[in-house]
Design a protein. Structure first.
Length: 378
């Protein structure tokens, strides 16, 4: 916006009243937004071997990540057919069958019900024919690298189409050697999940609260976050890396020769932020807990043994601490906005027509999901 511009040049970003603090809106958007799109459910490293299963919760629903005998990942609703009890409460490993802890009903790794102990009467067990059609309800899922995504209502576009803006931009990156690092950063933020997501999309705040980032790439030379469907991509290039930016400053081992001097960032609506650096991957996963509380976890992936060896331990520590400091700088403004949005003095956002295009599109996506589901004013 030029110096001569006034408020008429701004764009207003409006969500319904209560969108950032209402319990009823929180419940409605959990169904409309999180169950209606592709959402991060978990990670392949949680179930590394055939017969492994791990319970997770997505959008308030209990799910079960399973690796079947051929090694493929499957996702089911973690609900036993008998009484609706969650089948598994803790991760299990190398099982041939998944057995409900309540009454012992057993399912194979493809989700089919196989046995019901004492079901007919005392001493008489029911062995279920695998062709009977009884089994755990599957959940539509997709996997990219170690990340497992689900679409709970089954109506979203195919994952390859949904994530195309990211997949096409990093198509030449070799992600096959990536392994989960030895630390996860965990933040409990007293703010609505949308404020956390909007902060990721807000490229204008860098100069004000992230002096280290601004020193590396000045605000005057930054670009706004792009918009491409349900994906928000961004990229910047650098001449020489700084400590905490790459694991190995020599960049002898990178995932892409073309990306040796690039940092790609992708926000995938509604709740995951992925940053692809020359020699590692950073994944931010936000989990809405309440209208005014969000859990944010940051995962790191490094190439091969660099994920947990002693040789790279110091370099990993610097990366972890850099992200810990940057994210901590964001928490205060997010929690402050949560309080400010409850004030009668707040009458909606006045946003930059340049910097806040991504925020405007994010708001549009939330509103569109609510309207499509018929839950906007439910």
């Amino acid at each position: 916006m030029s110096q001569g511009s006034d408020l008429r040049d701004t764009v207003a970003l409006d969500l319904p009243e209560g969108a950032y603090g209402s319990e009823s809106f929180f419940v409605r958007e959990r169904e409309a937004v999180f169950r209606g799109n592709w959402t991060l459910a978990g990670f392949g490293h949680q179930i590394p071997e055939p017969g492994d299963a791990s319970p997770v919760t997505v959008a308030g629903l209990p799910l079960l990540l399973v690796r079947d005998l051929p090694g493929d990942v499957r996702v089911f609703h973690n609900v036993c057919l008998h009484r609706g009890c969650p089948l598994i409460r803790e991760p299990v490993h190398r099982q041939k069958r998944l057995t409900c802890f309540y009454h012992g009903w057993a399912y194979d790794l493809e989700g089919r019900l196989r046995a019901r102990p004492y079901f007919l009467e005392g001493g008489r067990h029911d062995i279920v024919d695998s062709k009977a059609g009884l089994g755990l309800e599957p959940v539509r899922s997709a996997q990219w690298s170690d990340l497992i995504f689900v679409n709970l209502d089954g109506k979203a576009a195919p994952f390859e189409e949904y994530a195309r803006p990211m997949l096409s931009r990093v198509a030449d990156y070799d992600l096959s050697s990536l392994r989960h690092g030895d630390r996860v950063l965990d933040f409990d933020v007293a703010g609505n999940w949308k404020l956390v997501a909007e902060n990721w999309l807000d490229a204008l705040h860098i100069f004000a609260i992230h002096p280290e980032l601004n020193d590396f790439a000045d605000q005057s030379g930054r670009e706004r976050t792009e918009v491409d469907g349900c994906m928000f991509p961004g990229v910047y290039e650098f001449a020489e890396p700084r400590a905490g930016m790459v694991l190995d400053p020599s960049r002898r081992h990178v995932m892409s020769s073309e990306g040796a001097n690039k940092v790609w960032s992708f926000f995938m609506f509604p709740s995951v932020f992925i940053q692809v650096r020359p020699d590692h991957l950073v994944v931010f996963d936000l989990v809405p807990v309440a209208p005014d509380r969000t859990r944010e976890r940051i995962h790191f992936y490094f190439m091969g043994e660099a994920a947990d060896d002693t040789e790279h331990a110091e370099a990993r520590r610097v990366i972890y601490e850099a992200w810990d400091a940057i994210n901590a700088q964001d928490v205060g403004p997010i929690e402050g906005m949560q309080q400010g949005r409850q004030s009668t003095a707040f009458r909606g956002l006045l946003a930059s027509p340049y910097w806040d295009e991504a925020l405007s599109h994010f708001t549009h996506l939330v509103n569109a999901c609510m309207a499509k589901s018929g839950l906007a004013h439910g």
